[in-house]
Design a protein around this ligand. Structure first.
Ligand SMILES: Cc1cc2nc3c(=O)[nH]c(=O)nc-3n(C[C@H](O)[C@H](O)[C@H](O)COP(=O)(O)OP(=O)(O)OC[C@H]3O[C@@H](n4cnc5c(N)ncnc54)[C@H](O)[C@@H]3O)c2cc1C
Length: 525
């Protein structure tokens, strides 16, 4: 069992900041929350690296909402529930989809320049959507455009203070209530922030896998800290693998948006054959997990390490719709207008997270979560493409409204002592991190078996024995400790779920078993 905090502290000896609401995370969920705070409310928004180091910045395809005249909230709701494979919470999905149009309107009023055809908003379609409902900005730069725009707006709010390069380590808990958090700076200095309420908007943990579309910050620190403090984590086994990421030696697993297939790009195997029709009636637009596993099958059958995305059918749209993708491919000497691009699946989005209700409340008083760090019940076992930016928007705004109702309390001294930890030779943090990420990609990826998961569990527990037993004052090492804790919980949840559902596929239990497993997995310290 991991310790309840990663290192001992005494708040009386630490530099301290005070605020009304502490928001951790500068992605869409954190920014939506901060921008929704009334001007009289003091907010500190902290993030562990630069403000733009977040999954949000990299979102390409767009944000889904039933805004178009040919769409309806009901249709968005039923597509979301169908993708979620029996584990969505109807009330949560209804909240997400029905508040979606107003949330988009809020963004537009803040000046976010979504792409338009003339004066009308432009929509694209992505896999498993039955309508064209995905709004985008600057073609495939939706996340960057939204995030930079919201950051600009936030800079003009005198009630909000942004603290970059502040790594959340642990939550401050006083008599069962979360009253702030402990931060570590890159130089190793520790400080605290006291608040009436803390909103974790710290994103997901798909970076735990070697093959991942996520930037390095996506290591699930918020989940690990909430778990140590006593919150419940849920559905950690559900990791969505994006089917099409660039597969080239030396290149990052750069995502090639599903919108490319939505516009007409095709998947070809190593023999140049279009194969998706053999796997699903919706072919290239089948749900993500179906496409990702079909790619895995084709790679196994043709004994190759990738398949190919053929964007030649949409070459006339490359400049207007996919300028970022085209630019990156160009930098690696590839021209998608003339050649199919090597792609393979990579870990992309984590459906599980800190369990919350519709207001972002966790099981701990004073602690809220929103966005990818939360499990609010909207994605079930599989997220519908482009629903996550929307989730951050809708639930980030809800969380701050609820957080403002938290009572004021006078900060009291909090002292946490831990037993002296075993000293030892230096630990090569990077080495453990690389090994862990490879292990998870190998045994807890697209296809899982009891044998592989057991092997992973034993190995992770072994690493934990000497890594969690130490105290580090460096964000890098603390991050590794968080990754180990989450990896173990993920593997345990995947072992428990002896069925296949949504993004979780057990080769040894290929069928869905509603009788035993139509319920959420839960982890609590
Ligand atoms: C390549 C890519 C493409 C995507 N495309 C789409 C798309 O088209 N549509 C869509 O809906 N979704 C898309 N997604 C998913 C979507 O981007 C994310 O789910 C969403 O942006 C998450 O927002 P968030 O605010 O919850 O977290 P993030 O945007 O990930 O922000 C997390 C924040 O938490 C901070 N943080 C983390 N740990 C700590 C710590 N220890 N201390 C302090 N701060 C911390 C980080 O610094 C960061 O500021 C994509 C994701 C990727 C990676």
């Amino acid at each position: 069992m991991p310790p309840s905090v990663l290192f001992p502290f005494d708040t009386a000896l630490l530099p301290e900041r005070r605020t009304d609401v502490l928001i951790v995370g500068s992605g869409i969920a954190g920014l939506a929350a901060a921008l929704s705070a009334p001007a009289v409310v003091r907010v500190i928004l902290a993030c562990k690296a630069r403000v733009t180091d977040a999954n949000t910045y990299y979102a390409q395809g767009g944000v889904a909402a039933a805004v178009s005249r040919t769409d309806s909230v009901r249709q968005h709701e039923s597509d979301t529930i169908r993708a979620g494979a029996g584990l969505c919470d109807l009330k949560s999905v209804r909240t997400l989809t029905s508040e979606g149009p107003a949330a988009i309107d809020w963004l537009i009023k803040l000046g976010v320049p979504f792409d338009r055809h003339g004066r009308e908003l432009a929509f694209t379609r992505e896999g498993a959507h039955t309508a064209n409902r995905v709004l985008h900005a600057e073609g495939d730069a939706t996340g960057r455009v939204i995030q930079t725009h919201l950051l600009e707006k936030l800079a003009a709010r005198p009630n909000v203070r942004i603290l970059a390069q502040q790594f959340l380590v642990d939550l401050l808990v006083d008599r069962g209530r979360v009253v702030g958090a402990l931060f570590l700076s890159p130089s190793g200095s520790v400080s605290s922030v006291r608040a009436r309420a803390v909103i974790l908007a710290t994103g997901g943990f798909a970076r735990l896998f070697r093959e991942s579309t996520n930037p390095p910050v996506a290591t699930g620190d918020g989940l690990a800290a909430a778990y140590r403090a006593g919150a419940t984590l849920s559905d950690l086994e559900f990791v969505q693998f994006h089917p099409t990421t660039l597969y080239l030696a030396g290149a990052p697993r750069f995502l090639i948006s599903e919108a490319a297939r939505g516009e007409g790009a095709l998947l070809l195997n190593a023999k140049g054959e279009r194969f998706m029709r053999r796997h699903h009636p919706d072919a290239e637009l089948a749900p993500r997990d179906v496409v990702a596993r079909a790619i895995l099958r084709e790679m196994q059958e043709t004994k190759t390490t990738s398949v190919f995305l053929d964007m030649r059918p949409i070459k006339h749209k490359m400049n207007s719709r996919f300028p970022t993708i085209r630019g990156v491919l160009h930098a690696f000497g590839l021209d998608p207008r003339h050649q199919p691009i090597p792609v393979r699946p990579a870990a992309h989005y984590t459906m599980g997270g800190i369990e919350t209700d519709l207001l972002g409340r966790t099981g701990l008083k004073g602690l809220y979560a929103a966005g990818e760090s939360a499990m609010a019940g909207v994605h079930g076992a599989n997220r519908l493409a482009s629903n996550s930016l929307l989730e951050g928007l809708v639930f980030g705004r809800r969380a701050i409204r609820a957080a403002l109702d938290e009572p004021l309390s006078r900060p009291r001294r909090i002292t946490v002592r831990l037993n002296v930890r075993r000293e030892g030779p230096d630990l090569d943090v990077e080495d453990v991190r690389i090994s862990l990420r490879s292990l998870l990609s190998r045994h807890a990826g697209l296809e899982r078996t009891a044998e592989g998961l057991e092997e992973a569990r034993k190995q992770i527990e072994f690493w934990e024995r000497y890594t969690l037993a130490r105290q580090f004052k460096s964000p890098n090492a603390v991050e590794l400790q968080n990754m180990l804790i989450l990896a173990e919980l993920l593997v345990r949840s995947a072992l428990w779920r002896k069925e296949s559902r949504g993004a979780h596929y057990r080769a040894d239990f290929p069928k869905t078993d509603d009788r035993k497993f139509k319920r959420h997995s839960r982890a609590r310290i």
